[in-house]
Design a protein around this ligand. Sequence first.
Ligand code: BCO
Length: 300
Amino acid sequence: MAASLWKSLLQTTKERILQQRRASLYVGADGYEEELIKKKLQQFAGGSINLSKVNNGIGILTLNNPKLMNAFTGTMMLELQERVTELENWKDGKGLIIHGAGNTFCSGSDLNAVKAISNSQDGINMCMFMQKTLTRLMRLPLISVALVQGKAVGGGAELTTACDFRLMTPGSEIRFVHKHMGLVPGWGGAARLVRIVGSGAALQLLSGAAKVDPERALHLGLSEETLSSSDETGALEEAQAWLSQYTEGPASVIRAVKKVVTAGRELPLEAALRTEKDIFGTVWGGPANLQALVTRPKHK
Ligand SMILES: CCCC(=O)SCCNC(=O)CCNC(=O)[C@H](O)C(C)(C)COP(=O)(O)OP(=O)(O)OC[C@H]1O[C@@H](n2cnc3c(N)ncnc32)[C@H](O)[C@@H]1OP(=O)(O)O
């Protein structure tokens, strides 16, 4: 009886949390027509977004369009949405690394596609589509890292801000070039950047369109660490080792940690406290908690 009550409470809470995570940022009332923009994006093909799930609970998401410095074609935007759905359903996942193929991160949206959809309605629909996908990415119950090798430019710089952490390799750069394109960020990058570095620094980075090297990124709190490797494989291994220090432990607990932080980051205090209580309820008396009560570890 107690076990079935516990199971049903857990299920309800899980569904509520999942619902909150999927809560729609834009809906029809906002003029958002997802099917319409998906059809448009389908016309700009090329590249891919690949996901591999390593058995230590870390997923590796690869932006794969190296001929165009991993610029996002329309089909890559659609594939990113599919991969995010896959990650939402990956119950054993604990961490995620996003990186680009060919030792560079991403040069934003594919300028060929941008040119073809330069009317304002298409632009706004693409912007809403990417904001929705990146918001879901940011809210995944996985600790996420953008591994910046080479260049993260325009939308690529915005994508790094949808991750919990950024690691940079020597010689890499993050650059919000939007001003030089007569634009501002539209994939949610400005809103997230302000929350990461503060409004003053965000204003400088966006209005100056300056190259942010690893040293400046560290100083601003935009990057956590400069890795020692600048080669593709070495940097990926280093990033995995760095992330492992935070993903060590049972998936249920690591995922709960990310969820309470997401709630604290996004919700007003009282709503965050309620969510924290709900998430606490999913781990209290759970297997990891019961095990710890038996072994009574000393936290010296
Ligand atoms: C809301 C979203 C806003 C946006 O994302 S707007 C797009 C912002 N991105 C850009 O403007 C990037 C433009 N590209 C550049 O500045 C430079 O290519 C970049 C990224 C600094 C790399 O410079 P380099 O290392 O010297 O390499 P490169 O210029 O020779 O580039 C290699 C090939 O890739 C192409 N490429 C790079 N970024 C692209 C893009 N975003 N869309 C379409 N093609 C792009 C570039 O044209 C070149 O192709 P090709 O070899 O000349 O045929």
